[in-house]
Design a protein around this ligand. Structure first.
Ligand SMILES: C[S@@+](CC[C@H](N)C(=O)[O-])C[C@H]1O[C@@H](n2cnc3c(N)ncnc32)[C@H](O)[C@@H]1O
Length: 201
């Protein structure tokens, strides 16, 4: 059965880029600056949409690194391809709960404004862990607190009405179950940043 989010995001894809204000882009840029992205890194962007993070990341990793976006809305992926036709940017039409990607490849994972929509969060986190190299860090990023995000989703209603960021203790359990450690969660008005390190035996 198709996840109803797929159709929802397909329908909004053509107008998606208009949602971001220059202030949003400025704040995002500051956050991405602090993630520790370095030249040559391969970074995966989960639920990448139209690729709002691609330019910020691809400039940091350079031509010998890469950014790979994954999104299950085909319309978002097609727009991302049109927006960022660069050799170090890949965008894949796929579901985060079954990533069509090799294990132990990525140096960092990011999910900007996407985690609440993943229908099976444990499976998504398991998959992120699988594709990350040992010691790689995973970041969940929002420009709102978890409470602000829930309020926005309630107002929008429909398929996103109940999409929330898990409370800190539940997110910690999800990440720990998938063998992430060093879990940090910063949840405050106008900002949400959770991060964790992939540990492998
Ligand atoms: C709110 S949008 C954010 C897109 C982009 N990160 C941005 O901030 O512009 C959430 C995205 O997550 C994608 N998404 C939701 N669940 C997904 C899943 N299970 N697998 C892949 N993508 C998913 C949606 O298709 C949508 O494009």
């Amino acid at each position: 059965m198709q996840d109803p989010h797929q159709e929802f995001f397909d329908l909004v894809a053509s107008e998606w880029d208009l949602m971001f204000t220059s202030e949003d882009l400025e704040r995002l840029s500051h956050i991405v600056d602090k993630l520790g992205i370095e030249k040559d890194m391969n970074v995966i962007d989960l639920g990448c949409g139209t690729g709002i993070l691609f330019d910020l990341i691809r400039r940091k990793v350079g031509l010998s690194g890469s950014v790979t976006g994954v999104d299950f809305s085909l319309q978002m992926v097609l727009k991302a391809h049109r927006n960022f036709p660069f050799s170090n940017v890949n965008c894949i039409d796929g579901d985060v709960i079954a990533l069509p990607l090799t294990s132990n490849y990525f140096d960092m994972g990011v999910a900007f404004s996407a985690f609440p929509y993943f229908s099976d969060k444990q499976q998504a986190v398991d998959e992120v862990h699988r594709v990350l190299k040992p010691g790689a860090r995973f970041f969940i990023i929002h420009l709102q607190s978890s409470k602000e995000l829930s309020d926005i989703h309630h107002k929008i209603g429909g398929v996103v009405a109940n999409d929330t960021l898990p409370p800190a203790d539940q997110l910690t359990t999800l990440l720990s179950n998938s063998k992430f450690t060093d879990i940090l969660i910063d949840d405050q008005p106008g900002h949400y940043l959770a991060s964790a390190t992939a540990v492998k035996d």
